[in-house]
Design a protein around this ligand. Structure first.
Ligand SMILES: *[C@@H]1O[C@H](CO)[C@@H](O)[C@H](O)[C@H]1NC(C)=O
Ligand SMILES: *[C@@H]1O[C@H](CO)[C@@H](O)[C@H](O)[C@H]1NC(C)=O
Ligand SMILES: *[C@@H]1O[C@H](CO)[C@@H](O)[C@H](O)[C@H]1NC(C)=O
Ligand SMILES: *[C@@H]1O[C@H](CO)[C@@H](O)[C@H](O)[C@H]1NC(C)=O
Ligand SMILES: *[C@@H]1O[C@H](CO)[C@@H](O)[C@H](O)[C@H]1NC(C)=O
Ligand SMILES: *[C@@H]1O[C@H](CO)[C@@H](O)[C@H](O)[C@H]1NC(C)=O
Ligand SMILES: *[C@@H]1O[C@H](CO)[C@@H](O)[C@H](O)[C@H]1NC(C)=O
Ligand SMILES: *[C@@H]1O[C@H](CO)[C@@H](O)[C@H](O)[C@H]1NC(C)=O
Length: 467
């Protein structure tokens, strides 16, 4: 009897959980945008339309448009982007344009050291001006710089992203750089370049074009490793370094106190005028979210991804991966996204947010049944819905990536695509994976998110799919 009632209780709980977890596209606001993303790769508009994408995020390659970084425009590049953006619009797909995605014109790097020099502010603003002028009638959403935080860290502290600056350590040799100063200088110039482009947009284009402009940061989910006071403080410090570094200036006009205290003269200082320029310059915050870490109060161990003197040692915490993790294969931790959205809501005046990247890498093989990717997407979209129901002003979600593309760290071996690309095929033949089929069914309202639907979807898919 006792056992039976326990069993019944259990059953009821399971049913309730399943019921409250179930959701559909219609649970999100009508003007919420579901899309997919890539960087400089764009083709395939017809495929996106068939899939039912509401939005597409891509980047404009600076050198394709202005080959020398400044000066004359390349007419072919201009034509290509105009045409592509019109195509998206004609298919009812909202373009979300990223102006800068790791691709500084080599010319500007050679001439004055790129992001380390304040001259980049003027050149970036001039490039943005061309984009606003030429594409702004059709583009309403602009992200200035892709994952600015991790870009500054990877390129100027860790040295593994271009231009590969770092203080050499036993894990990496860099021919030039200083990991204890350069990430902060580059980050400062990024904030000023973003703010300058944003000001230009507001003065010259916004009243006519009615778009909005934001900066994007990489946002780990961060949670204390133990319930000790020390780990709680360490987690707040990590949030200040990883989010506050850029968000505090954008929302409140200055760097977090803990960064000023820790870095002293190594952290650039905003003049009053710059502070005013930067404050309020991001009408939305773009976030790139994949991973969640536990945080503990220990100085970070030097590793492949963190030099002995640099951003991570300044932060003074150790980040511990949740659960099963390897660099290119990880499990879904949807609550990690929920706590990020909740934190931004509570600590940064509930800014409008676009989740500009979220997705799962999987080994590149001809297996089209990427069930764990579908589960990953369902989990994160559900977590986002929870945050929205609790007041987060999240306005869009973009899956990374639409098709298999060349990844910065893993090349073609662990792509994120919802479409399989046969890289040996002369025509680079694309085939939809289960995730593409699930996402499109979710968007057109024929698939509700319940576990039953995955099973059905799987069996429908294996019955119909072919390479
Ligand atoms: C860095 O360069 C030094 C000197 O050439 C060499 O001994 C060391 O093995 C190199 N380290 C790495 C990680 O490549
Ligand atoms: C890096 O910059 C710091 C602070 O200016 C300085 O003390 C240090 O010597 C520099 N390191 C290198 C390798 O140049
Ligand atoms: C926490 O970290 C700080 C800074 O590294 C250190 O001074 C303090 O002793 C640490 N606390 C514990 C309990 O390890
Ligand atoms: C970790 O991965 C192993 C092997 O794939 C699996 O058996 C195990 O259940 C996983 N653990 C968790 C907590 O997901
Ligand atoms: C929901 O929002 C309220 C108010 O900001 C906050 O106190 C609460 O912790 C949030 N709930 C969750 C589950 O995050
Ligand atoms: C990929 O394309 C090559 C060349 O056309 C073909 O031989 C191969 O079977 C294709 N692979 C798959 C998984 O379809
Ligand atoms: C919805 O999407 C699914 C999956 O791609 C597709 O099979 C179905 O035909 C679509 N239904 C409608 C009404 O568009
Ligand atoms: C699977 O196919 C059946 C029969 O065509 C259809 O009724 C059902 O809606 C499909 N389910 C999913 C989740 O696609």
């Amino acid at each position: 009897m006792q056992t039976l009632s326990l069993f019944l209780n259990f059953l009821i709980i399971v049913l309730e959980v399943r019921f409250s977890d179930a959701f559909t596209r219609n649970d999100f606001p009508d003007d919420f945008l579901f899309g997919a993303a890539s960087s400089a790769y764009q083709e395939d508009v017809k495929m996106m339309a068939e899939m039912g994408l509401e939005a597409f995020r891509f980047s404009i390659s600076w050198t394709r448009l202005i080959p020398n970084g400044r000066g004359p425009i390349n007419p072919k590049g201009l034509w290509f982007y105009k045409n592509f953006i019109k195509e998206l619009r004609n298919h009812g797909i909202e373009p979300h344009v990223t102006l800068y995605h790791y691709d500084l014109p080599q010319n500007l790097e050679d001439e004055y050291g790129g992001w380390l020099n304040r001259k980049v502010i003027e050149d970036f603003t001039a490039f943005a001006d061309v984009c606003f002028r030429e594409f702004g009638d059709d583009v309403k959403l602009w992200t200035t710089i892709n994952e600015a935080t991790i870009f500054a860290i990877a390129s100027y502290s860790d040295g593994f992203a271009p231009p590969g600056h770092c203080s050499s350590s036993k894990f990496i040799n860099c021919s030039t750089g200083n990991s204890s100063t350069e990430p902060y200088i580059a980050g400062h110039n990024m904030l000023l370049a973003h703010a300058s482009a944003s000001k230009l947009y507001k003065l010259k284009y916004k009243s006519k074009q009615r778009g909005s402009i934001g900066l994007s940061i990489y946002a780990f989910g961060l949670s204390p490793y133990t319930n000790s006071k020390d780990d709680e403080i360490a987690t707040q410090r990590a949030k200040d370094f990883l989010f506050g570094w850029m968000l505090k200036p954008l929302v409140f006009g200055d760097y977090p106190d803990v960064m000023k205290r820790t870095l002293g003269p190594r952290l650039p200082v905003f003049s009053e005028e710059e502070s005013e320029l930067v404050k309020g310059s991001s009408e939305f915050i773009g976030i790139i979210h994949y991973l969640t870490n536990y945080v503990t109060n220990r100085s970070s161990k030097p590793s492949l991804l963190s030099t002995s003197k640099g951003f991570y040692t300044d932060m003074g915490v150790e980040m511990i991966n949740t659960g099963n993790f390897s660099l290119f294969e990880w499990e879904a931790i949807p609550w990690g996204l929920e706590i990020v959205l909740e934190y931004l809501k509570q600590s940064y005046n509930n800014p409008p947010i676009y989740i500009l990247e979220n997705g799962k890498p999987m080994k590149h093989d001809s297996m089209l049944e990427d069930t764990s990717r579908v589960e990953y997407m369902q989990g994160y979209i559900g977590a986002m819905l929870n945050a929205i129901k609790n007041g987060s002003d999240t306005r869009g979600y973009f899956v990374w990536s639409m098709i298999d593309v060349y990844e910065l760290l893993s090349g073609y071996t662990y792509p994120f695509g919802m479409y399989y690309v046969n890289f040996s095929d002369l025509n680079l033949k694309r085939s939809p994976k289960l995730s593409a089929s699930w996402y499109s069914g979710f968007l057109n309202g024929t698939i509700d998110v319940t576990s039953q639907d995955i099973t059905q979807l799987q069996s429908n898919f294996s019955g119909s799919s072919s390479m």
